[in-house]
Design a protein. Structure first.
Length: 607
């Protein structure tokens, strides 16, 4: 059951209206032990009302911010909706945050309340709350830690639900008072370039995104859809595309157990739609290719032929008679097995959060798995554009979705206008005014009004599809004045089987260098063949190991222009991970952090 998006007043109105229509049909699923367990629409709505009432009983007043720190699970969705139903503003936080990270969000947002899930996570949140001037209450989904100070109240989730009994009228009044212009949440950016900023998103911005997503996916036929939620719900992409859009079409949502169990969860859940970031697709592609190489023989030859024919069909639109017949056979022998890895009924994978390498997108397309690349930003709630299932252009991020206007500024920057725009950065008017402003240019020559200046550089082709060429603030300007795209070069490096991660460096320098993280599988195989221990620090000093990595770099260099070539490289002593701060929770590299740690190593490559 799809809602009437333009008529919907708020996200809570959407959820309660859908629950009324859907009743006892299943909504949220989580695995408990070996079995998947569900909560119905009616049960979820009741828990939302009780938790909202409990928060009101604990003193929440309209406009209060509530930090929400939990892994993807049914209680996350219930808490997010309950905060809003009580008149509050949800402030999602990553489970990977340190105590200092939580403290920054609590203090910056002025959150009086926090909700946390597991005991270890609740302990970090409580440690931050004890140092915060504002936070006075922590609600714990699981058995809570003991407060170390009378200054912070720690209360169990179940107890908070009991407090909410009898508050239905107050919850209904507060939820009913919400409008599209009210702030629904403050989502903190993942900090690829520095300290996270709080992006204020209205109910209307997220509802506008849901409308845009609906008009993209309606071409696939929207029915009884099943989503597998994997990306952190604290990220704007999953918050909209993995929670509120599924709610808006009456879908079921399953919460994945984690990256290690994702392959088995896909086959158990058999989703019809799934969203993820390019890094996940890159990893899947690498694993499939390694498995095929290990098999060898006829199976490997058939697989490679299926990819070749699928690529030719996707790029040219048709095959000859003989190839068409062979392609149909390979569809049964090869592609059906690949589709089975995703559960066998997947309508589309949607990629967002970072640029998707063309080769990766084409790999899945050639194997019969539809992949739609989209584009967005947290500041746009986040969906701006997406490829349409009826016209997939993998080299682009598709046309702007319904209700979104896009304009390319004189300097090539992509600018966006529509209800989807953020209300601003929380408590940061100066930065807000730098990104939300009119377009430069003579009156009458540029569209009027306020536009989001995305910081991305791109172009719009004759079919209205957007092509991203780089990130404005990440562009490298070498000492010769040439503008270079590090993301594009990094993407080509990490497609090599020897290289797992890369960062290109060289702003205001005569040429480019790179910091590389070798692929763990390749490194172990190389070390075993040479009779050496598979230790990264030891192997990095081996000339033969560096030569082998250098061969991968040279393969990439042959496809690059002279000014784009990597002249020298260093091997990172450790992988880029979320735990060491070199990756965001959505697996994008944090350039500023890597430069802090390895700036001297990179500068040494110029000596």
């Amino acid at each position: 059951m799809v809602v009437d998006y333009p008529a919907c007043a708020s996200l809570t109105a959407l959820a309660f209206a859908q629950a009324e229509r859907m009743g006892d049909r299943p909504l949220l699923w989580a695995k408990r032990g070996e079995a998947w367990q569900t909560q119905s629409w009616a049960a979820v709505a009741e828990q939302v009302r009780l938790l909202a009432g409990g928060l009101i009983a604990l003193g929440l007043v309209p406009g209060d911010r509530v930090m929400l720190a939990a892994e993807n699970r049914p209680e996350w969705a219930i808490a997010d909706l309950a905060i809003m139903a009580a008149g509050g503003i949800s402030v999602p936080a990553y489970t990977t945050n340190t105590v200092a990270d939580h403290l920054h969000i609590l203090e910056n947002s002025g959150a009086r309340f926090a909700i946390a899930s597991t005991r270890p996570l609740a302990e970090r949140v409580l440690a931050a709350a004890l140092r915060s001037a504002e936070t006075r209450t922590v609600v714990a989904m699981e058995p809570p830690p003991q407060a170390q100070s009378s200054g912070v109240q720690v209360i169990a989730w179940d107890e908070t639900l009991r407090l909410g009994a009898g508050a239905e009228a107050e919850v209904a009044a507060r939820a009913g008072a919400l409008g599209r212009h009210d702030t629904a949440c403050i989502i903190y950016t993942s900090g690829t370039g520095g300290a996270p900023k709080g992006v204020m998103l209205s109910h209307g911005a997220i509802l506008a995104n849901c409308l845009g997503a609906y008009h993209v996916l309606e071409h696939l036929g929207i029915g009884d859809e099943v989503f597998l939620s994997f990306l952190p719900l604290s990220h704007a992409y999953e918050h909209t595309a993995g929670l509120y859009f599924p709610l808006s079409i009456g879908a079921q949502i399953y919460y994945a157990e984690g990256i290690e169990q994702l392959a088995s969860n896909l086959q158990e859940v058999r989703p019809t739609l799934m969203t993820a970031v390019p890094r996940l697709y890159e990893t899947m592609r690498a694993r499939i290719l390694r498995a095929i190489e290990r098999q060898g023989g006829m199976k490997a030859r058939m697989f490679r032929r299926a990819v070749a024919l699928g690529t030719r069909r996707a790029e040219r639109g048709r095959l000859g008679a003989v190839d068409t017949a062979l392609d149909a056979v390979l569809d049964k022998l090869v592609r059906d097995k690949v589709r089975a890895r995703f559960g066998g009924r997947l309508k589309a994978l949607v990629s967002g959060g970072a640029p998707l390498a063309y080769d990766v997108g084409m790999f899945f397309t050639a194997l019969g798995v539809r992949i739609l690349q989209g584009y967005g930003q947290t500041e746009a709630a986040p969906l701006i554009s997406c490829n349409l299932p009826t016209s997939v252009r993998l080299a682009t991020v598709g046309p702007a979705v319904q209700g979104v206007r896009v304009h390319i500024a004189a300097d090539g920057e992509i600018c966006v206008q529509g209800e989807l725009l953020m209300q601003g950065y929380w408590n940061d008017p100066d930065t807000t005014h730098r990104v939300l402003k009119p377009l430069d240019g003579a009156p009458g020559t540029v569209p009027p009004g306020i536009w989001l200046h995305t910081g991305d550089i791109g172009e719009i082709d004759g079919d209205g599809c957007i092509r991203i060429t780089d990130r404005k603030k990440d562009i490298i300007v070498n000492s010769g004045g040439d503008n270079l795209s590090p993301q594009r070069i990094e993407g080509q490096l990490t497609l090599q089987p020897e290289i797992a991660q890369a960062m290109v460096y060289g702003d205001r320098r005569p040429h480019l260098v790179a910091l590389l993280v070798p692929s763990d599988d390749w490194m172990q195989a190389w070390a075993a063949a040479c009779g050496l221990p598979p230790d990264l620090e030891h192997l990095a000093a081996e000339p033969a190991f560096r030569r082998a990595l250098g061969e991968a770099v040279e393969r990439v260099n042959r496809e690059l222009s002279t000014i784009e070539k990597i002249r020298r490289f260093a091997v990172s002593p450790q992988p880029f991970t979320i735990d060491n701060g070199m990756l965001t929770p959505t697996l994008k590299i944090r350039r500023h952090r890597i430069r802090e740690l390895y700036g001297a190593l990179l500068e040494g490559l110029y000596e």
